[in-house]
Design a protein around this ligand. Structure first.
Ligand code: ADP
Ligand code: FRU
Length: 299
């Protein structure tokens, strides 16, 4: 794999308005907060941030609302060296926004997300890319399932037309339970990251039975992160591997822990490390992330 080529992360970029509280608020009460911080968020955008911070060449692709937040998003991406030149800029729409309550007692994050009008990415936006630039494309499973299906197939067709060393690796994240079923996208990806919530939705009670069941069913490599229990992964023809979570001295902010875990795994897979090493590095990086506010200074 050509290490100079770019990793593309496809999915959501939004604004995170983090409100840091001493104790979790009571409904219909009033309390002072410790701080309010505005950050760039969104799963694919967070994964891009971490990949860039640990030295990868990164591009983000998604829709971006042409509203008062666009300059903030642009300059933040540029600060992190994330290329966003191919994003679809959408006029007359508002940027999706999450109000995120961070409880300093335990670092928990409660996300209240809203997207009133920004459309999802379409395959026609994706078709503008010059695929020769990329070594890896990571897709965030979102409600535009049919469009993601087309994008993934477009990459697979490209892969059929080039030599092995130029083939693009495809990864997929399925985190949220959506009104549309995303399971069949797993067959189009080389690596899939399933969240604890999604695993439970599929009726798995723990991470090891999830990676075993899903890699057997799909014949693909499956990862599953499970909060403070760490993570598991399995190649279809290999054993289940697990890693513990790495607790920081103080859990400050768990927002984006899963997105960071994915970045650590993609980074390690690009270096051909064993699956066990990949999830350990993913968990170490995600643990370090939980010990800091936001994603700045992660390494
Ligand atoms: P998400 O952010 O998608 O909810 P998880 O909660 O499953 O993701 O966390 C992803 C990874 O982050 C876990 O596998 C673990 O390694 C790490 N992690 C999450 N919470 C903690 C924590 N409290 N302490 C240490 N590591 C954590
Ligand atoms: C964290 C995150 C936040 C964002 C929310 C979107 O994983 O990407 O940055 O507000 O989830 O669902």
């Amino acid at each position: 794999m050509d290490t100079n080529k770019t990793i593309l992360c496809v999915g959501l970029v939004c604004i995170d308005l983090k409100t840091i509280v001493q104790t979790y608020p009571l409904e219909d009460s009033g309390q002072r907060t410790l701080d309010t911080i505005k950050e760039r968020g969104g799963n694919a955008s967070n994964t891009a941030t971490v990949l860039s911070s640990i030295g990868c060449n990164v591009e983000f692709l998604g829709t971006v609302a042409d509203c008062e937040n666009i300059n903030f998003l642009r300059s933040d991406c540029s600060e992190y060296g994330i290329n966003i030149e191919n994003c679809a800029v959408c006029p007359k729409t508002k940027c999706p926004l999450s109000v995120v309550i961070i409880n300093t007692e335990n670092g928990s994050r409660t996300i209240l997300h809203s997207n009133k009008s920004l459309r999802e990415l379409k395959c026609e936006d994706f078709m503008k890319l010059d695929l020769k630039k990329y070594k890896w494309i990571h897709f965030e499973g979102r409600p535009n399932r049919d469009e993601i299906y087309l994008m993934m197939n477009h990459v697979r067709k490209y892969n059929n037309s080039v030599d092995d060393e130029d083939k693009i690796v495809i990864s997929l994240e399925i985190e949220k339970i959506r009104p549309v079923l995303l399971d069949d996208l797993i067959e189009l990806a080389d690596y899939t990251f399933l969240s604890k919530d999604y695993a439970r939705y599929l009726d798995y009670d723990d991470m090891t039975s999830c990676v075993k069941g899903m890699s057997d069913e799909k014949g693909k490599t499956i990862f599953c992160a499970w909060g403070e229990q760490g993570a598991a992964a399995k190649n279809p023809d290999g054993p289940i591997v697990t890693s513990k979570a790495f607790k920081p001295p103080q859990v400050k902010d768990t927002t984006g822990a899963g997105d960071t875990f994915i970045a650590g795994c993609i980074y390690s897979l690009c270096r051909n490390l064993s699956l066990g090493n990949c999830i350990e590095i993913g968990c170490r990086l995600a643990g370090a992330k939980c010990g800091i506010m936001g994603l700045k200074d992660i390494h």
